[in-house]
Design a protein around this ligand. Structure first.
Ligand SMILES: [Zn+2]
Length: 80
């Protein structure tokens, strides 16, 4: 697809690293989860990353689970 941000470049499939920060909302600390190998479309011109809605939902779900488990920082591979 054509990049909707810069309107110059084309995007291509790649895997990216996504960091999700979840602020502390209680007595526990904040949670940071780094996902590697996340499938995305990346613009060859501006480098903007576009992650699928379904993939984003999965990442948020896993970050939420990590937060519930009291994880502070975690690096994991994206599992479809
Ligand atoms: Zn672009």
């Amino acid at each position: 697809m054509n990049c909707p941000i810069c309107r110059q470049g084309a995007t291509h499939a790649a895997t990216v690293t996504i960091t999700l920060d979840r602020p502390a909302d209680g007595p526990g600390g904040s949670t940071t989860v780094v996902f590697r190998g996340v499938p995305a479309q990346v613009c060859e011109n501006c480098g903007e990353q576009f992650v699928d809605e379904a993939v984003t939902a999965k990442l948020l779900q896993q970050a939420q689970a990590a937060a519930s488990a009291g994880v502070e920082v975690e690096v994991r591979s994206y599992a479809a």
